[in-house]
Design a protein around this ligand. Sequence first.
Ligand SMILES: Nc1nc2c(c(=O)[nH]1)N[C@H]1C(S)=C(S)[C@@H](COP(=O)(O)OP(=O)(O)OC[C@H]3O[C@@H](n4cnc5c(=O)[nH]c(N)nc54)[C@H](O)[C@@H]3O)O[C@H]1N2
Ligand SMILES: Nc1nc2c(c(=O)[nH]1)N[C@H]1C(S)=C(S)[C@@H](COP(=O)(O)OP(=O)(O)OC[C@H]3O[C@@H](n4cnc5c(=O)[nH]c(N)nc54)[C@H](O)[C@@H]3O)O[C@H]1N2
Ligand code: SF4
Ligand SMILES: [Mo]
Length: 707
Amino acid sequence: MSPTQPTTHYRACHLCEAICGLVIETEGDKILSIKGDKNDPLSRGHICPKAVALQDIHEDPDRLRQPVKKVTAQDGSTDWQTISWEEALDLTANALVDTIKTHGVNAVGIYAGNPSVHNYGMMTHPGNLFRHIRSQNRFSATSVDQLPHHLTSLWLFGHKSLFPVPDIDHTQYFLMLGANPLASNGSLWTVPDVKKRIKDMKARGGKLVVVDPRRTETAELASEHFFITPGSDALLLLGLLNTLFTEGLINPGHLAPFTTGLAEVEQAIAGFTPEFAAPHTGISADDTRRLARELAAAEAGICYGRMGLSTQRYGGLCQWLIQLINIATGNLDRPGGSLFATPAVDSVASSGPGGFNRHQSRVRGLPEFDRELPAAAMAEEITTPGEGQIRALFTAAGNPVLSTPNGAQLDNALEQLQFMVSLDPYINETTRHAHVILPPTSPLEHDHYDLSFHLLAMRNTTRYNPPVFEPPEDALHDWEIFSELGKRVAAGLGQEAQAAVPPEQIIDMGLQAGPWKERGLSLAELKKHPSGIDLGPLQSQLPGRLLTKDKQIRCDTPEPLADLARLREEFAGAADQQLRLIGRRHVRSNNSWMHNYRRLVKGRGRCTLLMHPQDMASRGIDDGGEVKVSSRVGEVAVIAQASDEMMPGVVSLPHGYGHNRKGIRMGIAEAHAGVSCNDLTDDRYLDDLSGNAAVNGVPVEVAPALA
Ligand SMILES: Nc1nc2c(c(=O)[nH]1)N[C@H]1C(S)=C(S)[C@@H](COP(=O)(O)OP(=O)(O)OC[C@H]3O[C@@H](n4cnc5c(=O)[nH]c(N)nc54)[C@H](O)[C@@H]3O)O[C@H]1N2
Ligand SMILES: Nc1nc2c(c(=O)[nH]1)N[C@H]1C(S)=C(S)[C@@H](COP(=O)(O)OP(=O)(O)OC[C@H]3O[C@@H](n4cnc5c(=O)[nH]c(N)nc54)[C@H](O)[C@@H]3O)O[C@H]1N2
Ligand code: SF4
Ligand SMILES: [Mo]
C-alpha cells in the first residue's frame, strides 16, 4: 500500500479509565480523523472531547522527542541540551549506581504517576530497573487517590486489586458518593458512555442518589441529590449501616456461608446513629434511614464512592464501610450489584496480594502499602538529613509538584536533590528540576493493551491494538527505557539483568493462561478482532474468587474498627463553621498534563474558585472578583465564581493547574496557567488510617484579594 493512501486503525483511547474504542484515519504520517468505534463492545461508539487530543499529543511541538540534559552556563543560568540515548542512559545509570554505592538503595526515591497504569509497557517493565533498587522510598499517585480501595480489598477480599465493579446496566438502585462520572468518565469503574447508562437505568425505573458537596453534572442527572459536609461521609455510611442493623435489614444472602464478623461490627458502631451523623453531615436522620431502607429493598443495588470519599480524612473508613454495606445487603457479587470482573489477562492472579504497614516512612512514621509510602511524605524524605535521606529521584509519568499535597514544598525540595531523572515527554513543573529527561515514544507509536482497566470494567471485553505509527528510528518506548536502564544499573552493581521480553509477549502468555483460555484467546486471535472481543456481563464468582487465606470475608477488620475512635473524637462536639476546599474535574481536562492542547483549553478559564453566593456576600466578594485563598501551608490568588451548585461553607478549585512556574516548556498550558490547588492542600492533612492524602475538605480562608 502506498504510504499516502488513507488507512484505518483501531485503537483504545488510553487517556482515562473509560478506554473508549476509536477509529483513527491516517494518511502517511498525518491523522485525518479520530472517531468513536461503534463496534467496540464496551464503548459502543462513545467518545469524549479528549479523544481528539490524541492527535494534539502526537503532534505537539513541545513534546520531547530526544533525551535532554540540563546544562549550566557560566553565569549560572540553565538550559536544556539534546543528547543521544546512549549518553542519557549511561549518565542516568551511573548516577543511580553511584548513589546506591555511596548511600544505599533508600537514597534513591521513586515516584510513579497516573499514566503508568494507562500504558501497559509501564506496568510490565518497571521491575527490570527497580528490582536492582529495592528502595523503601517508593511513592506513587496511589496515595493521592485510590489507596483506601486497595486496603479495603486487601482486608476483605484478600488482594489489593480485587475491586467490586458497579453493574450499572442491571441495577435498580445506585447510591453514589463523592464521584462525578459525567466529568471523569468513571473511576475504579470502567464505564464508557455513563450518561446513557444512567438514563437507561432511570428509564427502567431505577434510582440514582448522589451525595456530593457540589451539585455536579452527575447530580443534575440524579433522582435525588444530597449536599454533604466534606469529610463527614463516614458518619453517613455508619448511619446507613446502623439502620440496616437496628431495623433487621441485614441480608447477606448468598454471601452468608462465607461471611463472618458482622455481629462484631454491629456492636462497634452502635453509637453511630443517623442522629449522631445529621448535624455534621447536613443530611437528616429521616433521610438517612429512608436511604438505608431503599437500598435494602432494591432487587439489586449499589453503594459506590470515589475520589471525594477516598481523598478525605476518613478515606479508609469510608471505602471499608461502603463494602460492608454492599455485603450486608447481599449486593456484593450479585448481578445489578457490584461484582468482580474477569479480565482476559488477570493481573490479580499474577501479582502479590499487597501488604500494609510492614515498614514506615523514616521521618514521620507513615505506613507503607504495597511497598510504597504516602506521597505526602516525599518532600520531608528529601530535605531531612540522615541515613536513608533521598538524594536521587526517579519520576516516571508523574507530576507530583502539581498533584501531591503541599506541592510548593515539594517544588523547593526537588532543588536539593543531587540527581533527578524523569521518564516523561514534557518539561513541566516537576521535570524542570530533573538533570536528565528521558522522553518515550508518543502513545500512537506503541501498541496497546489494557492491563488495568479490564479489571475495573462493567463488562468483560478484551482488545489489543498495534501501533498507529511506526516509531521514529531513534526512539525508545517506556518499557525499553526501563529495560535499558535496568541492564546498565545491574552491570554497575554486579547483578544479573532481567531479560527484556516485549510486553506483547507477556500479554500473549497471559491470554493463553488466563480465565478465558477456553475461548482460544491469544494475541493472534485478538489481532483478528480489532474492535475487541465481547466476553459478556460480569458474573457472580464468590467464594471462588476470594483470595483471603480462609476463603472467608471477615467483616470485623481490626484497623478500620480501631479508627472509629478517631472519628468519634473529631465529631464529638458541635459542627464547626470552617470553610472547606474540595476539588473539581472537567471533561476537557485530565489531571495536570492536558492543558497544552488548544482544542481542550479554549473557552472561559476553568481554574476558578466556585463559591456559594451567600459565602461571597458575607465576605464582601464579588462574582468574578479576585480572591486570596489561604490554608495552613499556602496562599493562591484566583477568580471567584458565584455558584449555587456549591453547598454553603464549601469552595471548589480544580487541581492540575499552576503552569506559571519558571522554566516549563508547555506554551499553551503556560498561557492558561491557573493556580495549583495543591499549593493549598496540606501534607499533614491525611487519612491517618491509610496515609492517603486528604485533598478534599481542607480548611481554608477566602478573602477579597485587595482587602
Ligand atoms: N488536589 C487534588 N490533587 C489531586 C487530585 C485531586 O482530585 N485533587 N487527584 C489525584 C489523582 S486521582 C491522581 S491520579 C494524581 C495524578 O498525579 P500524577 O500522576 O503525578 O500527575 P499527572 O498530572 O497525571 O502527570 C502525568 C505525567 O505523566 C506524563 N505522561 C503522560 N503520558 C505519559 C506516558 O505515556 N509515558 C510517560 N513516561 N509519561 C507520560 C505527563 O507529561 C505528566 O508529566 O493527582 C492527584 N492529585
Ligand atoms: N475529565 C477528566 N477525567 C478524569 C480525570 C480528570 O482529571 N479529568 N482524572 C482521572 C482520574 S486520575 C481519576 S482518579 C478519576 C476520578 O473520578 P471521580 O472520583 O469520579 O472524579 P471527581 O470529579 O474527582 O469526583 C469527586 C467528587 O467528590 C466530590 N467531593 C469532594 N469532597 C467530598 C466529600 O468529602 N464527600 C463527598 N461525598 N463528595 C466529595 C466532588 O465534589 C466531586 O464531585 O477521574 C479520571 N478521569
Ligand atoms: S471518555 Fe474520553 S478520554 Fe476517556 S477513554 Fe473515552 S474518549 Fe478517551
Ligand atoms: Mo487518579
